[in-house]
Design a protein around this ligand. Structure first.
Ligand code: ADP
Ligand code: MG
Length: 239
């Protein structure tokens, strides 16, 4: 059984159909990429998983348990961590406070503290900046902070919405390396990216979303001629 199963999901914002029958799976510990141009519906799919937008049809399950009708914080408790587009650090709070928020539903006990130590060991730059306001961090550091915060909830599945957006190519690559490490350590990842080439190269399996529909899926999409011509264009020269 897949960790995450999405079947024939439909979402509309008024008359705008954002997802038109999307099906997708993520296996235990698997890294799956979802690419598509701006407006394709990628962020909507993540919000649908987290119960932030309502689906008008279909099914979303985590290990066979339906996520429909659950509150976002209950979905997080099932082990799904969501890192939204635009990072979402709390700029006025310190790095430490931001990280602690990731463990909001757990007691702040020895185990949570050792999780904090592990996150700081993974991102030494955050340890250096532990008492600084998050707003003073660079874009790449903020992205590490939100990934670190998500890790504080001990997720089994991470939803990452365009983590490389707005970052210099080398920093974006560092974020992709971190994503690959997470997946190697058994955390399943659904990675949404406009930076299609780098993302498709990172994951073994991927999906291409276009105007609310999955138009391609499978392994080795980065090498698919159709994908290169239709979706990668000049981006293929990027990362
Ligand atoms: N809150 C909203 N209200 C109305 N339309 C929206 C809203 N959010 C997204 N949309 C529309 O839904 C479609 C998919 O958007 P989105 O999921 O953000 O795409 P992506 O993340 O792939 O860029 C777009 O046409 C977008 O304009
Ligand atoms: Mg988006």
């Amino acid at each position: 059984m897949s960790l995450l199963t999405i079947r024939n999901v439909k979402v509309a914002y008024g008359k705008v159909v954002a997802l038109d029958g999307v099906s997708l799976t993520v296996g235990e510990g698997e890294l799956v990429t979802l690419v598509g141009t701006n407006g394709a519906g990628k962020s909507t799919l993540m919000k649908a998983i987290m119960g932030i937008v309502r689906c008008s049809a279909g099914e979303i399950e985590c290990e066979g348990r339906s996520l429909f009708g659950r509150e976002t914080h209950d979905i997080a408790r099932l082990g799904i961590a969501y890192v939204p587009e635009g990072r979402g650090t709390l700029r006025e709070l310190s790095v430490r406070e931001n990280l602690r928020l990731g463990a909001f539903w757990r007691p702040w006990d020895a185990e949570a503290k050792s999780d904090l130590d592990r996150v700081l060991a993974r991102f030494p730059i955050l340890a250096e900046r532990i008492n600084q306001h998050a707003g003073t961090l660079s874009g790449g550091e903020q992205q590490m902070l939100v990934i670190g915060r998500a890790l504080m909830s001990r997720p089994r599945l991470m939803l990452l919405d365009e983590p490389s957006l707005g970052l210099a190519p080398l920093i974006g690559q560092r974020i992709f390396d971190i994503v690959a490490e997470l997946s190697a350590q058994g955390v399943a990842v659904l990675l949404v990216e406009q930076n299609a080439h780098a993302a498709l190269k990172l994951a073994k399996r991927g999906y291409v979303l276009d105007m609310g529909k999955i138009v391609l899926e499978g392994e080795g999409l980065a090498d698919s001629r159709l994908v290169r011509e239709a979706y990668l264009g000049s981006e293929a020269c990027g990362l």
